[in-house]
Design a binder for this molecule. Structure first.
Ligand code: FNR
Length: 273
């Protein structure tokens, strides 16, 4: 199993991407998909050897240097080319800021249940301010948003772990996705055709079913490829996680493994097609 370090978006008031700047400009350095290249090939840049605790931008830059070195030497070993092709990079985004969040814990359990060719990193939403069009006009995207955006763009697919508040999407989570949809011209580069799965855990008896349904029009608007091959609703989360956030329910672990495996196969199918 390949376990990614949980990465927390950094807090900052400084912006890196100004209104009107597009992914093509920033992405020339950071995003292999920015030129419209087919999504899902990031690993041909990373060579599957990226360090998990740095930003994706850093490892893509390092990996590009390594690819250039291979080219200078005139070859890339066949074994590493195959490894790179098979690796599936999934970014799990937890929609809860809570330290003891069931949804973050669910993503951690997903990491430990994921098969060897799946690299599942976890992003949280710490440091992302409330969306403010005046702030965007003045300073561009906040650094925490840019960091998350880079992680999204370096992934082959996303898993959104959504809490449910008042039978809908929590504002914190929707706010982060709204930031990621700016500037609007970049939506195709950030979200377009990107495979996305939604799962969630709640204290109540319905396991985030209403919040999960609420994501559907949002994801459709952003042009993602929604995974509908399975559903994972973790109800009465207090009974399936222990005090340390360990998913102790064996049946739920099995269902989680099947869900992640099904989503990875979906991602792979889109890549191949
Ligand atoms: C909740 N909770 C909740 N649970 C649920 O099943 N359906 C709901 O509609 C709501 N609504 C709701 C509103 C607000 C404002 C809060 C703070 C909480 C309870 C929720 O499931 C619980 O707090 C989870 O622990 C939230 O997920 P994390 O933070 O553990 O990931």
């Amino acid at each position: 199993m390949s376990v990614g370090a949980e990465s927390v978006a950094r807090n900052s008031t400084k912006s890196n991407l100004k209104p009107g700047e597009s992914a093509a400009k920033v992405g020339d350095l950071r995003n292999p998909h920015a030129d419209g290249a087919k999504r899902g090939r990031a690993d041909s840049f990373t060579g599957g050897a990226a360090c998990h605790h740095r930003t994706s931008g850093a490892h893509i830059r390092d990996a590009m240097a390594s690819v250039m070195l291979d080219n200078e030497q005139g070859h890339t070993p066949a074994s590493s080319r195959n490894e790179a092709r098979q690796m599936i990079r999934i970014l799990g985004i937890s929609g809860s800021l809570r330290a003891q969040s069931y949804n973050t814990a669910l993503l951690r359990a997903a990491q430990s249940e994921a098969d060897a060719q799946i690299r599942l990193d976890i992003a949280t939403l710490h440091g992302i301010p409330l969306y403010d069009a005046d702030l965007e006009a003045r300073e561009g995207l906040p650094a925490a948003v840019v960091a998350l955006r880079e992680q999204v763009m370096a992934s082959d697919g996303l898993i959104l772990a959504t809490p449910e508040y008042n039978n809908g999407i929590p504002g914190v989570f929707k706010n982060a996705i709204d930031w990621l949809s700016r500037p609007a011209n970049d939506i195709p580069a950030v979200f377009g055709n990107r495979p996305v799965a939604v799962l969630g855990a709640s204290a109540g008896g319905f396991g985030t079913v209403l919040a999960q349904n609420d994501w559907l029009p949002v994801l459709k608007t952003l042009g993602t490829r929604h995974y509908s091959g399975g559903r994972l609703l973790v109800a009465r989360a207090g009974q399936v996680f222990d005090a340390q956030g360990e998913l102790t329910d064996a049946g739920m672990r099995t269902r989680l493994k099947e869900f992640v495996g099904g989503f990875a196969a979906f991602v792979e199918g889109l890549r191949a097609g």
